[in-house]
Design a protein around this ligand. Structure first.
Ligand code: SF4
Ligand code: SF4
Length: 101
């Protein structure tokens, strides 16, 4: 079982993140899939996560995994100190399951 299965797609929920940064070329394809993508100006775009989770998060998995945004592909929770702290502090049991510490 992968570490992402262990935490049920925690980083795709509103708890740690309010939004996902979107590249300009990703705006139209994501909108066609039903996502809300907003412009923050200066060529910066984001997809709000919504009240509970990203609209593409289904049963803890990404339903557009192969075509997920670059920001999602690049994110590695093991490399983000701030995310680790948040995870450890608020969800210690899940954190232990994923990282074994
Ligand atoms: S990247 Fe980390 S927080 Fe996100 S689903 Fe995988 S293990 Fe969970
Ligand atoms: S697009 Fe997929 S990987 Fe990215 S936040 Fe949504 S469910 Fe998670």
């Amino acid at each position: 079982m992968s570490k992402c299965d262990q935490c049920n797609g925690f980083c795709c929920t509103r708890e740690p993140f309010n939004s996902v940064r979107i590249e300009k070329r990703e705006v139209v394809p994501l909108r066609k899939k039903g996502a809300t993508v907003i412009s923050l100006g200066y060529g910066v775009w984001e997809m709000p996560i919504g009240k509970t989770a990203c609209i593409f998060s289904k049963n803890g998995r990404c339903s557009i995994y192969k075509k997920r945004p670059k920001a999602c592909r690049d994110f590695d929770c093991a490399k983000s100190e701030a995310f680790q702290e948040f995870f450890k502090k608020h969800y210690p049991e899940t954190y232990r399951k994923v990282f074994g510490k």
